[in-house]
Design a protein around this ligand. Structure first.
Ligand code: 5GP
Ligand code: MN
Length: 353
């Protein structure tokens, strides 16, 4: 029998929820609240953070900021005033007006909440608020969560961080409205792969039902976040998929399929890094491999690595061993050196898997 440490399976206790509620209710008049999500935010990070921010605004909290590592000031040139680091598919989310550049975030907020970050390093320089804030609440659902911060709302059984966020909003007696629901729905749909993954439990569909009942349109939202990308990205996918490699002997014989994309590839097609987020979905469908991997260049000798498993391999174990984190079937880390170095390190970890 495999023994799982209690910390990896435990949901938040009644005391954890009570501490988080008390931290909100205990804000002084005019108290400042800073909400932060992980670097290179995805739909769950942004959606759970903005949904919670809107909920706190409904409670009458006015000194509210939301941000993430690397967020800068928008130019407003293209009619979008927020940080250019917000991926285009999410630039319509309600609550974006609460986003501030990371450099302008309250240095010592009365309350700090962070979203979808498995470790403090995912918060970049904003992790220093864990020390300066009056209270720090961590909302997350990664089994690999390192239990940083003061108040832990970490539920490894939750399909998305937005499940935890809804739990806190509910306990704060904030009713769901369409704006909050749009944010939480984006988060839930993102992390369940549009309600396809194994953690799509009855509770997930019940939450989706509560969100849709506010009047939001799942069709419109899905088209915006999953089915829309620039034509240049379609061509870029062609190049990158063309060079995919299949290694049937890897991972103890269950197989590895992988590819990579460089900054040159992006530049050649005039594309931004976010368009590569969905690339793993085109790679992981290769039937001959259990494990799939996409290595995306982030800078010179630096690569954002996405890994997926169909079930035979725990890729979060591989990611953690290589300095990252995630879930059993979806994980990632930052790789260094050449593509061959990065794939070589994964191959070696998979051999021991
Ligand atoms: P994705 O491949 O979609 O970027 O990420 C898959 C999962 O791995 C997500 O749960 C994400 O939070 C986690 N993940 C991806 N990259 C990293 C990383 O560099 N460090 C950590 N700790 N987790 C990561
Ligand atoms: Mn998540």
């Amino acid at each position: 029998m495999v023994e799982v440490p209690a910390a990896e399976t435990a949901e938040p206790t009644a005391a954890d929820w009570a501490a988080a509620v008390a931290a909100v209710h205990g804000l002084p008049a005019g108290g400042t609240v800073l909400l932060v999500c992980h670097v290179n935010p995805d739909g769950d990070a942004l959606g759970s953070m903005l949904g919670m921010a809107l909920g706190l605004r409904r409670l009458g909290i006015t000194q509210l900021q939301a941000t993430f590592p690397g967020a800068t000031a928008g130019s407003g040139d293209d009619g979008y005033a927020g940080p250019p680091e917000v991926p285009e598919p999410f630039r319509w989310l309600p609550g974006l007006d609460l986003l501030v550049p990371a450099a302008d975030a309250y240095p010592a907020p009365d309350l700090f909440l962070c979203f979808d970050a498995a470790s403090a390093s995912r918060l970049g320089g904003l992790a220093d608020r864990l020390g300066t804030a009056g209270a720090a609440v961590v909302l997350d659902h990664h089994a690999s969560n390192t239990r940083f911060g003061g108040i832990h709302l970490v539920d490894p059984g939750a399909a998305a961080t937005s499940v935890v966020a809804e739990g806190l909003l509910n306990r704060l007696e904030v009713p769901l409205d369409a704006e909050i629901a749009q944010c939480l729905y984006v988060a839930l749909a993102t992390d369940t792969g549009s309600f396809r993954f194994d953690m799509t439990t009855p509770a997930v569909h019940e939450m989706a039902a509560r969100l849709i009942a506010t009047g939001i349109s799942p069709g419109v939202i899905s088209r915006r976040i999953f089915d829309t990308r620039p034509f240049g990205a379609v061509r870029l996918y062609g190049d990158v998929l063309q060079r995919a490699k299949l290694e049937p002997e890897a991972a103890g014989g269950v197989g590895l399929v992988w590819t990579y994309a460089t900054l040159d590839d992006l530049a050649r097609h005039g594309q931004k890094p976010y368009v590569l987020e969905a690339l793993i979905d085109s790679v992981r469908c290769a039937a001959e491999a259990d494990v799939s991997c996409v290595v995306k260049q982030a800078g010179p000798g630096e690569w954002a690595v996405s890994m997926r498993s169909k079930g035979a391999v725990d890729v979060s174990r591989v990611a953690v061993a290589l300095g990252g984190g995630g879930h059993r079937l979806a994980a990632g880390f930052t790789g260094r050196g050449s593509v061959d170095d990065v794939i070589g390190s994964i191959r070696a970890e998979l051999r021991g898997a």
